[in-house]
Design a protein around this ligand. Sequence first.
Ligand code: GLA
Length: 509
Amino acid sequence: MVMRYFPMAGVSLLAALALSACQSQQASPLAGVWLFGKEVQDFPGVRMIEIKAQGDGYTGTMTTDWYGPMPMKDLAVKDGVATFGIFNGNARVPVKTWTARLDGDKLHVTGEVWYGKLDNDAVRGSQADAEKRRFHLTALPPYAELKPDGLAQTPPMGWSSWNKFADHIDDKTVREIADAMVSSGLRDAGYRYINIDDGWQGQRGADGQIRPNSRFPDMKSLADYVHGKGLKLGIYSSPGPKTCAGYEGSYGHIQQDAATYAAWGIDYLKYDLCSGEAFYQSAEQIRASYQEMGQALRATGRAIVYSLCEYGRGDVGSWGRNVGGHLWRTTGDIEDKYQVMAKLGFDGNGSPQHAGPGGWNDPDMLEVGNGGMSVEEYRTHMTLWAMSAAPLLMGHDLRNMDRQTASLLENPEVIAIDQDALGIQGQAVRKEDGAEIWVKPLAGGAVALALFNRTDKPQSIEFSAKDAGLRQLATLRDLWAHQALAADTRHITLPAHGAALLKVSGNAL
Ligand code: GLA
């Protein structure tokens, strides 16, 4: 059970006493409780500001829908103007300076956090108003390590709604995607999970239970449908109060949400830090918040693959398994652009020593078939993900798939490299002049050898048996062309941004 505490409640009494002691002297008229109306921007949803005299100075809190109580950093009151900093826990955005000044009997507040701006008036409220609007913090569980549960012995394969549909996703589309997964042959090629990403959530009922929004009338019946096709259903949430797209997160409802997902028949959860980054800023806190959901999922008794999405913070690969995770994002978001995909796939796919049966580095979902890259660039995308033993979660519209897309995604020889039983994450053994040679040892002693041309001109790439860790090369097979190569082949010409994937064998060095 989560222990709740109300950190502001005790403090407010002391602060009120301090305030009344100071008031007789010269407490600023800015001190007190200030309430914002519904007209403020949804992000970050500023609801209240509290400024309290303390000693010679002031402390303050800004309460928001997304980030809960945000301390006003370095709050100073001078010449009737309060200045302070607000930080949402994301180091990519510096602390911005805010101001608050009286305008008649209102408080006019301006400032920025992340991409949200506030330039609004607040009206004075009472302590009782403040109590009602205060955000109730929950404590994190004590450190624990979860034992392996046997799931995800090879990298998870499936589809996710986000890359193509963002939050414009609904029950009908998910059912049609499940149909297309079967009719296209992708299910039988190994893709099993149909994952609804952000955008399915509605509001909580009076009992606190999360309800899907009107686009998903009946989650249980959707799960039954997907299961009836021999597929599995995934869902998405956040440890924060809001998901990245502004839907209801799981904050304060972790166990309840895990139980709800299990009751619906959910088989996979992507748990995305989003607004939780303000609450959980240190590596220990992030780990504990992911452990909390990991324990809640285990407590349901249902086999649920657990996908950690916190963009690689706090060396997630070193603890992902211990919190019950089966895959963990190592990067920011992919985009359907070669340069973004290449940055993640070549340079952001996590430490190979953390990957293996039961737990995988996740450089984000596939963009193959979305139209933003050339066929050769998508081939590079698939080759990199297969060599990296990365989860293969497609992100296009399966209902309208051309032949080329299908042949990139369904190639059984390439999928076999990704899904190899040893579960070793491949890595570069040589990088020269925009050419890279990667190696991934396979079960049975063969080796996957990938050649990449990162330049925007065709180039011939030379390789040797030594690159593959072998004394000599006895057999070479081109897995994209489905053909054997002559045993003395030692260079391949690749188009701009192109890749080749070979399976080679020979005597070990
Ligand atoms: C974050 C994640 C994405 C996606 C969106 C949904 O940006 O990294 O993969 O889930 O949130 O809002």
